[in-house]
Design a protein around this ligand. Structure first.
Ligand code: NAP
Length: 527
């Protein structure tokens, strides 16, 4: 049995045993680790980050911070196999799904390392040449962004133990902010291994990254006005954290990535068997089954023209039937278990709620699964499930409830305007994908759904052999979405830095500003 430790104030620390939480292997239900944060000085962790980590990071140029990220990426890549093993064991992900998490982590760090190199010797961002502010040509204004002098608290969901830490850390560190990161307790083993490796390889300055393996106790009540809080997880938790009195009183900047009813739309023009048709089916099945459907970007709603419903249903069902479920460490297995017993209960309850709302199950069962290589009755396994709702405007829960597992609901539409309205019933999503080779169809639907979506992927014959599936979050594109999806935005290359920096309009003599910026503000950003 492994005892996870938190990394706080420059040391690994173990919480009191009477606060222990047990982590299990979701394929066998065996206990594999315990963790406790009882007695850990959360207030001290925040102070340490502000007093020690922040000055060290702010004194560095973007290129130097980028170099840190490069070393982090390299160091983690060197222990890739051990991290994959930890993920298989604790998150129940197949080797392929574990790689998706681990390689996503190192890839995002490497991307932001390169961005740091490009931003070079500056320590702050100066936005453009500025503007004349009065009738006289001399009085000038420029916008600059300087790192916030507080600490970034990162709270992550259970489904990406490595990428969750890395994608937020890459952006915060490049912007010049230190981090206290908290993975979801149930799958924290891989995150703990990540932290062990980073500490062992001494790639980061003291105080730049701390880790809490377990509950954060009263930590959020100690946050201050220069601090930021970035959260990924369930919508209700996000709303609760956003509403904390201290967070409101101190105007702590908050970013929330929450639930999302992502859509895949088959255009009316797409012929059965065409390249675009094949791309649509490939993506839908991948998004339903990858990581056992436990991705915030997984497809939950599939909209197809009414006269294609039966064809699409039988194609998806046939592919789902080929998905081998079972022990994630076996090579032939394509889909592991859900991550926890609670996720299994939620999944079954969610399917029941969708059925009650008018959807019917057309493939799979919420209680029966043929899981290979596992002891009978053990593990949190489910079969991939396809549902169908023939009256999509009436099936309200299908547009409201994110069933976090391998399931999606197929729905018909007749007019492009209808599918736009149906997507909007989800009240904001992280991603939508649209498959069509007809410009008019694309224009109506893309412009119709863009305001409801953080990202839109257009699948067409021209990109069928090149495009990635819609669930893959790239560091160069924004990740986030309006409304139910949390209203937040992460990543997006340089755009992501702004969350960790304060934008200030500096006004004065143009010649002075031209000389002083960025150099003088860079000096001011020094501790
Ligand atoms: P969750 O229960 O909301 O937990 C998310 C994180 O918040 C965990 O680290 C959890 O810690 C922590 N947490 C819970 N209550 C807290 C509190 N009062 N104070 C401080 N931290 C608290 O969600 P989950 O079960 O991990 O993830 C499932 C949901 O997340 C899914 O339903 C999905 O919709 C959503 N999700 C969204 C995205 C996205 O990018 N939009 C990505 C992944 C998942 P403990 O584990 O210690 O409780």
């Amino acid at each position: 049995m492994i005892t996870l430790k938190s990394y706080v104030r420059g040391e690994f620390r173990v919480g009191a045993a009477d606060g222990n939480v047990t982590l299990v292997n979701p394929a066998t239900e065996e206990a594999i680790a315990t963790t406790s944060t009882k007695g850990i000085d959360f207030h001290g962790a925040l102070t340490y980050a502000r007093d020690v980590g922040s000055p060290a990071l702010r004194a560095m140029t973007f290129a130097q911070r980028g170099e840190l990220l490069k070393q982090m990426s390299k160091s983690l890549h060197e222990v890739r196999d051990a991290l994959i093993e930890a993920s298989v064991q604790n998150a129940g992900t197949t080797r392929s799904d574990s790689k998706f998490d681990i390689d996503g982590a190192t890839g995002t760090l490497a991307y932001y390392a390169e961005l740091g190199r490009k931003l070079g010797d500056a320590k702050i961002l100066v936005e453009g040449a500025g503007e004349q502010l009065t009738r006289g040509a001399r009085f000038w204004g420029k916008h600059v962004q300087t790192p916030r002098t507080g600490v970034a608290v990162h709270i992550n969901a259970f489904n990406f133990p490595a990428w969750g830490l890395a994608e937020k850390a890459a952006v915060a560190l490049l912007a010049g902010m230190p981090i206290v990161s908290k993975p979801a307790t149930s799958t924290a083993l891989a995150t703990f291994r990540v932290m062990e490796r980073l500490v062992e390889s001494k790639v980061l300055p003291d105080g730049a990254l701390q880790l809490i393996c377990g509950s954060v106790g009263d930590m959020l009540s100690h946050m201050q006005s220069q601090d930021v809080l970035a959260f990924t997880g369930g919508g209700s938790t996000g709303a609760q954290l956003r509403g904390l009195q201290n967070v409101i009183d101190r105007s702590v900047r908050v970013n929330v990535e929450a639930d999302s009813l992502n859509s895949a739309i088959l255009g009316r023009d797409v012929e059965v068997g065409s390249d675009t048709w094949q791309m649509f089916l490939r993506d839908v099945v991948k998004e339903m089954t990858q990581k056992t459907g436990q991705k915030c970007t997984a497809t939950r709603r599939i909209f197809v023209p009414s006269d294609r419903m039966d064809d699409v249903q039988s194609e998806i069902a046939a592919r789902l039937a080929e998905t081998k479920v079972g022990d994630p460490s076996l090579d032939e297995v394509r889909m592991g278990p859900l991550a926890t017993a609670q996720q299994l209960r939620d999944f079954r309850a969610g399917i029941a709620a969708l059925v009650e709302s008018g959807a019917k199950i057309v493939h799979g069962s919420p209680t029966e699964v043929n899981a290979i290589g596992v002891a009978p009755g053990k593990g949190f396994f489910v079969a991939p499930m396809l549902l169908r709702a023939d009256k999509p405007f009436d099936a309200h829960r299908v547009h409201e409830l994110e069933v976090f597992g391998p399931s999606a609901t197929l729905m018909p539409y007749s007019k492009d305007e209808d599918v736009v309205a149906l997507v909007a019933k989800g009240e904001g999503s992280l991603v939508a994908s649209l498959y069509s080779d007809d410009r008019a169809v694309l224009e109506t639907i893309v412009l119709g759904i863009a305001s409801q979506s953080g990202r839109v992927l257009l699948g067409s014959a021209k990109v069928a052999d090149q495009a990635i599936a819609p669930g893959l979050v790239l560091p160069s594109c924004v990740h986030g979405g309006p409304g139910r999806a949390g209203g937040g935005e992460e990543l997006g290359g340089e755009r992501g830095l702004s969350f960790y920096m304060q934008r200030t309009a500096v006004q004065g003599d143009r010649a002075l500003l031209d000389k002083l910026l960025p150099s003088a503000v860079a000096e001011a950003a020094k501790p």
